[in-house]
Write a protein that binds this ligand. Structure first.
Ligand code: SF4
Length: 66
């Protein structure tokens, strides 16, 4: 089975070097406070959970069929 991609590889955000999800939390970025998705600093898990769940293709792909 192919290794799961990191968020920055899947979304090609180009922000990974500035983002707290990089390099260790590319598969759990939804739980990392202050990520830079959509070009703005995100809050903690509770603040961004809806945004991740409703808008993030990486999140949807990760939790598809779960
Ligand atoms: S959390 Fe978002 S901004 Fe940060 S590296 Fe992943 S896709 Fe890029």
């Amino acid at each position: 089975m192919a290794a799961r991609q990191n968020c920055w590889e899947s979304l090609r955000c180009g922000k990974e070097k500035e983002c707290p999800a990089y390099p260790n939390f590319g598969k759990t970025c939804f739980s990392v406070k202050g990520t830079l998705c959509n070009g703005k600093k995100q809050g903690g898990y509770l603040e961004k959970a809806n945004e991740c769940r409703d808008r993030c293709s990486f999140y949807k792909e990760m939790f598809a069929n779960k």
